[in-house]
Design a protein around this ligand. Structure first.
Ligand SMILES: NC(=O)c1ccc[n+]([C@@H]2O[C@H](COP(=O)([O-])OP(=O)(O)OC[C@H]3O[C@@H](n4cnc5c(N)ncnc54)[C@H](O)[C@@H]3O)[C@@H](O)[C@H]2O)c1
Ligand SMILES: [Zn+2]
Length: 369
């Protein structure tokens, strides 16, 4: 098992990465669980595979789970579902010193984390991430949110978990497409800040995806270490350091919007292609070599993620994609900052990008054979 500390004044916590952590959940949580009954929030898909393990892991230390099983999908990050969740938590008599367990992907983690942030002005929660995306990204760093009609993740709070248990066993039941989508965020950590780790991904990405647990533990540990370092430096995204984690996300957001935030393009798939676009755009501006930009595109394509904008078959123009970007919450006083690359492992925040340049670049990419 690997243990990665997330160092935050007064609110430090551990991310533990290893096999069969869910089956030992009671032991791993130890004194964080104060009462006999432990509230666990999950979704139907995750419950089907992992409810018994968590029940047994709690029973082993004399505790009992109280389950709230929600419908799977992004729609759970809504006022309606949040209201039901809050009522349920209040009925369970959860108090400020208690911990709620969030068992699932980023949807369950974001929703439950936000509920924990506002229940009685803040109670504890523990992340039990079961998707690769949640294990390397959403469960760490304390961003919690629900969606609104105006956009994704616009209503939320910073609220750090007390512990994160990333169980590699959970990945065994994750659909292959979800696994690949999560892998995009793993490769992202290499591309944004660690050229050696990107080279490792080139050599070992296939092993991560095919279920090699040694490769998975390394990939998750490296990813979480990078995220933990950046979050410790800039918890609330005020200095710009944390914004680097958005590499590929501004382009990606436009692609998600253009495909209606649907199954046509999962978030991770959009980020993968967004990262390729950020690299090619950077190369076009002379910031990085075209060869390095194509190295990013090659790796993304090789692991089965989308690496070509033309390949998406969108019926739109560059300006339409830019319009989607402008609806993104990351607007800062009227300018749209882009995370660009000075090379693999050398991301930086550029606030001076002209949107006409982006639109023209996207028009070329939409045509590119
Ligand atoms: N808070 C953050 O910092 C942050 C960062 C990135 C993404 N997010 C959010 O995360 C969400 C996406 O998370 P996600 O990709 O994990 O999606 P998700 O939670 O919807 O999970 C994807 C699918 O996999 C299923 N599933 C989960 N674990 C499984 C398992 N072990 N076996 C079988 N099926 C399983 C789920 O039921 C769901 O159908 C988005 O809402 C996004 O906004 C948040
Ligand atoms: Zn992401």
């Amino acid at each position: 098992m690997a243990v990665i500390p997330v160092a935050l004044a007064g609110r430090s916590y551990e991310v533990r990465v290893g096999t069969n952590l869910l089956a030992r959940v009671g032991e791993e949580c130890g004194p964080l669980l104060r009462k006999h009954y432990v509230p666990v929030v999950t979704d139907g898909n995750v419950a089907q595979h992992w409810r018994d393990a968590v029940d047994a892991g709690l029973q082993a230390v004399g505790k009992e789970a109280e389950w709230l099983v929600l419908d799977p999908g992004e729609a759970a990050k809504s006022w309606r579902v949040l209201e039901g969740l809050m009522d349920w938590l209040l009925a369970q008599e959860v108090e400020r010193g208690d911990h709620i367990l969030a068992l699932g992907g980023g949807v369950i983690g974001d929703l439950t984390g936000f509920a924990a942030a506002i229940l009685k002005r803040g109670c504890g929660f523990i992340q039990l991430p079961t998707t690769l995306l949640a294990q390397v990204d959403s469960s760490v760093g304390g961003k919690t949110a629900i969606n609104s009609r105006a956009g994704k993740n616009l209503i939320g709070a910073f609220h750090q978990p007390s512990l994160v248990l990333a169980d590699l066993a959970a990945l065994e039941t994750l659909p292959e497409r979800e696994m690949r989508a999560g892998y995009a965020e793993v490769a992202k950590y290499g591309v944004l800040g660690d050229a050696d780790f990107f080279a490792w991904c080139e050599a070992n990405g296939a092993a991560v995806l095919s279920g090699d647990s040694t490769a998975q533990e390394y990939a998750i540990t490296k990813s979480v270490e990078t995220k933990a370092r950046i979050v410790a430096e800039d918890e609330r995204e005020t200095t710009g350091a944390r914004a680097l984690l958005n590499l590929g996300h501004t382009f990606g957001h436009a692609l998600e919007a253009a495909t209606g935030f649907s199954d046509r393009l999962l978030h991770g798939e959009a980020v993968a292609l967004g990262m390729v676009l950020a690299a090619r755009f950077s190369a076009g501006r002379g910031l990085m070599s075209a060869a390095d930009a194509e190295r990013v595109a090659d790796h993304i394509g090789r692991v089965g993620l989308p690496a070509s904008l033309a390949g998406l078959g969108l019926k739109c123009e560059g300006v339409d994609l830019v319009a989607h970007m402008l609806h993104d919450k990351k607007m800062d006083a009227g300018t749209l900052p882009f995370v660009l690359l000075r090379g693999i492992g050398a991301a930086f925040l550029d606030k001076s990008v002209a949107l006409e340049d982006v639109a023209a670049f996207l028009d070329d990419e939409l045509q590119r054979a």
